[in-house]
Design a protein around this ligand. Structure first.
Ligand code: ZN
Length: 198
């Protein structure tokens, strides 16, 4: 659909390939960009480039960060012996936003899904097990309450059992099938407080 000139079409095309952006929104964003002051567009483009170049995985918890060790893992006031396992960095951010969790995290970057062909080796599970060789008091499994999230939680709990480390699962205050990142803080905290031992 070539309704606009070449570069405009390209811009719309690029936007429309982003997640959740349909043709209409892509057009709106493209028009917004061409009407923005040049210096703002430049700043925006630069931040995108920098983010892409500098952001990597924390070597301890595998969250996205621009440092070797992320600020949470590097914070001596955080309880390094309590590890909350989440599926994504966005889930981690949801818990972090509550400001009430003082442990550290482990980001799996996905969940086990036999249907989609995602196995234990496709997510950061090995790395979690390696972390358990150090001094750990508790692993809180906060994967989503989807089929994949539950499968992953069961799998992890079986791996942890032999180590004798306390392994808990957040309560089902989190609605079934719900993504953690969309859930309000009160519900998240209730789920954390009501966690049960696996
Ligand atoms: Zn980290």
């Amino acid at each position: 659909m070539d309704l606009y000139s070449g570069v405009m079409n390209q811009l719309i095309e690029e936007f429309s390939q982003l997640p959740g952006i349909g043709q209409k929104t892509a057009q709106r964003l493209a028009f917004y960009i061409v009407n923005m002051p040049k210096d703002r567009v430049e700043r925006f483009a630069n931040v995108m480039m920098q983010a892409r170049e500098k952001i990597c995985y924390c070597s301890r918890c595998f969250t996205l960060t621009d440092r070797e060790i992320c600020p949470i893992c590097a914070d001596p006031s955080r309880d390094q012996k309590t590890i909350m396992v989440v599926e994504t960095t966005r889930d981690q951010a949801a818990y972090e936003k509550t400001g009430k969790y003082n442990g550290v995290y482990h980001v799996l970057h996905g969940a086990i899904s036999p249907i989609l062909g995602i196995g234990p080796n496709d997510i950061r599970l090995k790395e979690l097990i390696q972390r358990l060789e150090k001094d750990v008091d508790e692993v809180i499994i906060a994967t989503n309450s989807t089929l994949e999230g539950e499968t992953t939680a069961m799998y992890i709990s079986k791996l942890i059992k032999p180590t004798g480390i306390k392994c808990t699962r957040i309560a089902s205050g989190v609605p079934v099938g719900g993504d953690l990142e969309y859930i309000d803080e009160v519900t998240l905290l209730r789920a954390l407080d009501g966690r049960t031992e696996l």
